[in-house]
Design a protein around this ligand. Structure first.
Ligand code: UD1
Length: 432
């Protein structure tokens, strides 16, 4: 497996273009098979989670035609199976969106229990509650979730927790159901709104996405559409924090600044200067980052997917900071790796207490999951000396050309084969 090798200590500077949102694109791909007509999705990020989901829908018979690196044409007319087994689906959590879309269109779906980042127990009880409310029976057999219904009928659903996945899954199942569905306490993330917009462009009747109540009036069928994925809020936030942590000046381009407000507010707390444009946001780091407190919350709160990147910045901030994780129970696994780089972090229950240090020091670390992997890479870019980041296959699940983009900002980062000791030694010599 390849690794990143990084010579840290250089402030990142420049402009970086942000890709389409991975988490939105996953939902849109699942939505595309709700119709027999062609669906063209553009601004898809070229990352492994997306490519795996495209492979999965091709495996059940959909025609998946690549128009270019970021555009795909999907024809769902030829879908001939409602069963996705473990081999195809275990690696991506969002595979469970195919439960919603297959159930919605064929009234039958069998999908292996989802994989994805291991950042907590991540139950799917709310998805099941939603499907059952629409009239489906749902069983778990041999690790497969099996859902079926004679007919799907709209209902009133109140989620006990705010969940992106269940909100999206129930939307997918309900758009073709008989009558009206009301979802209360839904997630309000930008990708929930993006899905509603795409479904509406296919002839669905979804209202209220992004608010506290989503109302869906079922329609008989959906039709063709051409749709562009929204920009990736988390990729943008990651580059902004990379700018802040390295003491740099980074502009993220092709973003919706409104979606970044909770992130830019925290960068300001850290003492950074923020400039907003119509489709870009710039961060300029202050002389030294300042300590702050943050708690992850559902949108519009501070995203859990930005928590590790925020923690890395705080390891370098003056004073004592706290980061409270309120969404997932097991999301500080990277803290031990950061400690190996000289960070002073204590984890108490779901809170990290961080005493800022002047400098991090390069070390060999391993990414435990996608966002923590990005965060450790940022730590390596900010640290003195040489850092090797293993487990970059996690990072490639959600960041397109991460190393290439960081290099374009002046980061000294290379992808290497860990067996190639010569290359590693040569790079390390540059660090000393
Ligand atoms: C999605 C994102 C992920 C992000 C997360 C929170 C995708 C593909 N992934 O994950 O990047 O970190 O939102 O913003 O979009 N829960 C239940 N029962 C359920 C479902 C969820 O208790 O049936 C709990 C979870 O354990 C968690 C919380 O609800 O504590 C939020 O989870 P959820 O929003 O569903 O996360 P995902 O959709 O898996």
């Amino acid at each position: 497996m390849e690794q990143y090798i990084i010579r840290g200590g250089k402030p990142l500077r420049g402009i970086v273009d942000i890709c389409g949102a991975k988490n939105a694109a996953l939902a849109l791909i699942a939505a595309s098979i709700l119709t027999t007509e062609p669906v063209i999705i553009s601004n898809l990020p070229d990352v492994s989670d997306i490519n795996l989901l495209l492979d999965a829908i091709a495996q059940i018979g959909a025609v998946v035609e690549r128009i270019d690196r970021h555009t795909v044409k999907i024809i769902g007319a030829t879908v001939n199976s409602c069963t996705l087994n473990y081999e195809y689906i275990s690696k991506i959590r969002a595979s469970y969106y195919l439960l919603g879309s297959l159930l919605g269109r064929f009234h039958k779906a069998e999908v292996a229990m989802p994989g994805g980042c291991v950042i907590g127990a991540r139950p799917i009880d709310q998805h099941i509650k939603g499907f059952e409310a629409l009239g489906a029976t749902v069983d778990l057999e041999d690790g497969q979730v099996k859902a079926k219904a004679d007919e799907l009928v709209g209902n009133h659903i109140y989620f006990d927790v705010v969940t992106v996945g269940a909100t999206i899954n129930v939307m997918l199942a309900a758009v073709l159901a008989e009558g009206s569905t009301i979802i209360e306490n839904p997630a309000k993330e930008p990708h929930v709104v993006d899905l509603a917009n795409m479904l509406n462009s296919m002839g669905a009747h979804v209202r209220g996405a992004g608010t506290d109540v989503i109302r869906i009036r079922g329609v008989k069928s959906l039709h063709a559409t051409e749709y562009t994925v929204i920009p990736d809020q988390i990729e943008a936030g990651t580059f902004l924090f990379a700018g802040a942590a390295t003491g740099g000046d980074v502009t993220v381009n092709n973003v919706i600044p409104k979606h970044l407000e909770s992130i830019t507010a925290k960068l300001e707390d850290l003492g950074c200067f923020i400039e907003e444009y119509d489709e870009a946001v710039r961060v300029v780091a202050g002389t030294r980052l300042q300590s702050t407190q943050v708690k992850t919350l559902p949108y519009p709160g501070f995203p859990t997917d930005m928590q590790p990147q925020m923690t890395v910045a705080l390891t370098l901030a003056e004073g004592i900071s706290t980061v409270t994780e309120s969404i997932f129970e097991n999301r500080f696994k990277y803290a031990g790796e950061l400690a190996r780089m000289g960070a002073r972090i204590k984890i108490e229950s779901n809170t990290a207490i961080i005493t800022g240090v002047e400098k991090l020091k390069g070390a060999q670390v391993s990414a435990p999951d996608l966002r923590a992997g990005a965060a450790l890479t940022i730590a390596g870019l900010a640290a003195e000396g040489c850092t090797q980041v293993g487990g970059i296959e996690f990072i490639q699940r959600g960041y397109e050309d991460f190393d290439v983009k960081l290099r374009s900002l002046g980061g000294d980062i290379r992808k290497i084969d860990p067996q190639n000791q010569n290359e590693i030694e040569k790079f390390k010599q540059k660090c000393s």
